[in-house]
Each structure stands twice: as structure tokens, then as C-alpha cells.
Design a protein around this ligand. Structure first.
Ligand SMILES: Nc1ncnc2c1ncn2[C@@H]1O[C@H](COP(=O)(O)OP(=O)(O)OP(=O)(O)O)[C@@H](O)[C@H]1O
Length: 233
């Protein structure tokens, strides 16, 4: 299991995460939601070790190194210039000492122009390429920052099915999304972050309360503010 205990993180004198606890169990899908700036990406970066200067503890409970057993999909995947999609995937595998399998099977689904430069891909294609590189590496855990964002409708549906099947095979998946419907359809549990704190942790049996808890009160306040700006005729 990936375990986050008492995670705290500052940027200068701005505390972005306050004592966050969260677990990711193998064979589960765990959603992370929260408004813009709530600290979701920062949490994922601390978990993966992209920020080292955090408080608290982050570890894999069987003692494996998190980087070894976990694949990260960044919010905006970045690729070196003048590297083709195929070369990028091959580079990822070789860097981990893994053999390079045929990419044809996965690419039948993703339909990427693997022989073209990755930097010339569209935003959605870049996300698919980063996903392809994760899928061929068979990680035990996946940490996905907005995986649905930028993907077309059919790729979104396909990704949801891929995630379900990976879960069946025992992969633990932590994902952020602003698409609450997709998360409640997919996930086993959802954690809500607000201003860097865990507001609440929802097991699947409580998902029905999520939209009201998250949107009801907030939306009402915003509607009142909107009416002050643009009164109803
Ligand atoms: N490198 C950085 N330097 C300074 N502040 C940062 C940095 N990265 C993030 N922050 C701040 O940390 C806070 C949390 O940002 P973060 O990107 O984690 O939010 P998020 O929940 O992922 O938001 P979104 O839904 O918009 O992607 C924000 O106030 C942001 O301005």
C-alpha cells in the first residue's frame, strides 16, 4: 500500500498542504478532488518525490521504493525536442532496464503517430503518449493527474475501461479529476481536499452525498454573488 501520513508542504511562507493522510491500496481506484489550488498536484508531486522538502512520511508499506513501483502521469506531459513518440516510450522502458515490447497492441487502441515528433502532438495526443508509456511498464501503482483532461470522448471511455481492468489485475490507482461523475462511476473511494486539508474521505457507499456536499452550498453562494452582478430580469 502507498501511505501518506501527516503530509505538509510550503512554498515560501505559503502552506499548501496541512497534515494530509491518505492511503492507496493495491487493486483500488482512489479519486482525489478539490477546487483549483486545493493542493492536489502538489500532493501527487510529494508522493512521487518531485518535491523533497515536505513534512510527514510517504512510503510503500512493503518497503519498495515508490519511484520503482509507481508511474506518474503529469498534468501536462513534457517531451524532449526531436524525440518521436516511439523513441519516448522506448526510452522510458530502457531507463528502467525493461525490454521493449511491441507497441502495436496498445497503439491499436490509442492510434498515435508514433514515428512523429512527440513535441508536435496535440495536447490530447501527448496525454495518450504519456499513458502509453505508463501502460507498457506494468507499474504496481499509478498516480494520474487529470488523466481524462484533453482526451476525446472515445479515449475517455476507453481509459475508464483500462483503469477498471488494471484495478482488477491488482493495480492501485490514485487519480485527480474535476469530472465528479467519472470519479463516482469508477472509484472505490474519494478524498476531498480543500485549501490543503482533507475535508472528508468518502467510501463508495457515501458517494451519493458528494455532489450536494461539494457543490450545493458553494453553488448557492456563487449564485447569490452572480445575482448581485447580473440580476435576474
Ligand atoms: N512551484 C510553485 N511555487 C509556488 N506556489 C506553488 C507552486 N506550485 C503550486 N503552488 C501553489 O500551491 C497551491 C496548490 O497548487 P496545486 O497545483 O497543487 O493545486 P491543484 O489542486 O492541483 O489545482 P488545479 O485543480 O487548479 O490543478 C496553489 O496555491 C498554487 O499557487
Amino acid at each position: 500500500m502507498l501511505s501518506i501520513e501527516g503530509l505538509g508542504k510550503d512554498f515560501g511562507n505559503h502552506t499548501v498542504l496541512h497534515h494530509v493522510d491518505l492511503n492507496l491500496r493495491p487493486g483500488t481506484l482512489h479519486g482525489l478532488v478539490g477546487s483549483n489550488g486545493a493542493g492536489k498536484t502538489t500532493l501527487l508531486h510529494c508522493l512521487y518525490g518531485l518535491h523533497a522538502d515536505y513534512r510527514g512520511a510517504v512510503h510503500e508499506t512493503s518497503g519498495q521504493s515508490i519511484r520503482e513501483c509507481t508511474g506518474l502521469l503529469p498534468y501536462e506531459p513534457y517531451f524532449y525536442p526531436r524525440i518521436t513518440g516511439r523513441e519516448y516510450v522506448e526510452f522510458c522502458l530502457q531507463a528502467r532496464g525493461q525490454p521493449v515490447p511491441s507497441l502495436a497492441g496498445w497503439n491499436e487502441l490509442l492510434e498515435l503517430p508514433l514515428n512523429q515528433y512527440a513535441e508536435d502532438y496535440s495536447a490530447g495526443m501527448k496525454k495518450k503518449l504519456a499513458l502509453l508509456a505508463l501502460l507498457v511498464q506494468n507499474f504496481r501503482y499509478l498516480v494520474l493527474d487529470e488523466p481524462f483532461n484533453g482526451l476525446d470522448l472515445s479515449a475517455n471511455l476507453l481509459l475508464m475501461e483500462v483503469l477498471r481492468r488494471l484495478r482488477q489485475q491488482g493495480t492501485g490507482i490514485l487519480l485527480t479529476s474535476h469530472l465528479l461523475g467519472s470519479l463516482t462511476e469508477l472509484c472505490d473511494e474519494i478524498t476531498v481536499l480543500a485549501e490543503g486539508r482533507v475535508l472528508r474521505h468518502y467510501p463508495a457507499t457515501d458517494f451519493a452525498r458528494l455532489p450536494t456536499d461539494l457543490l450545493g452550498q458553494l453553488h448557492q453562494q456563487k449564485l447569490e454573488a452572480l445575482t448581485a452582478l447580473l440580476p435576474l430580469a
